[in-house]
Design a protein around this ligand. Sequence first.
Ligand SMILES: CC(C)(COP(=O)(O)OP(=O)(O)OC[C@H]1O[C@@H](n2cnc3c(N)ncnc32)[C@H](O)[C@@H]1OP(=O)(O)O)[C@@H](O)C(=O)NCCC(=O)NCCS
Length: 149
Amino acid sequence: MIRHATDSDADALATLHRRCFAPRGERVWPAAEWAALFTNRATHCLVVDEDRLVGALLMQIGGDCADIITIMTDPAKQQSGIGRALLDAGMAHLPPLGVSRLMLEVAADNLAARALYTRAGFRPIGIRPHYYKRSGTDRVDALLLACDL
Ligand SMILES: CC(C)(COP(=O)(O)OP(=O)(O)OC[C@H]1O[C@@H](n2cnc3c(N)ncnc32)[C@H](O)[C@@H]1OP(=O)(O)O)[C@@H](O)C(=O)NCCC(=O)NCCS
């Protein structure tokens, strides 16, 4: 079931975020950070609830444009259509709110996320060179993608 998240999901979202991002050495967002996001009326978060949270899409709206802040599927459930279902639900949710364009940044080496976005109709609109830190001194470009809704 896809539903809107509430602040009571903060602990579960922090757990899911850790499972998705900690193995890649990325900073995880504690529950307090998730709870703080829900105090911002521009925040829209959809979750996939299968008795526990197995997916989440976090977006922020600014005027007629929205940004995907993050999207994540539990590693045990990846490549089973959850990310695409979340993206489809998010893209259907936004136009009635006056949003006509959805944008995001993705690391050039995140092939799973790039595949998800490309298949959903996102197209490249720019690059931020050497934007993401990797191990040592390595850096990876951020690709800016957009989709007209
Ligand atoms: C990116 C992520 C959300 C994709 O979620 P998912 O539930 O596995 O995606 P889906 O199963 O819905 O797949 C959507 C499409 O992307 C493709 N895809 C997903 N993972 C892929 C992979 N590892 N390699 C190649 N293609 C992949 C699927 O084949 C599918 O294409 P299709 O619609 O033509 O069948 C998931 O890999 C994830 O949580 N990654 C860690 C967190 C992250 O990097 N988030 C993105 C931050 S910008």
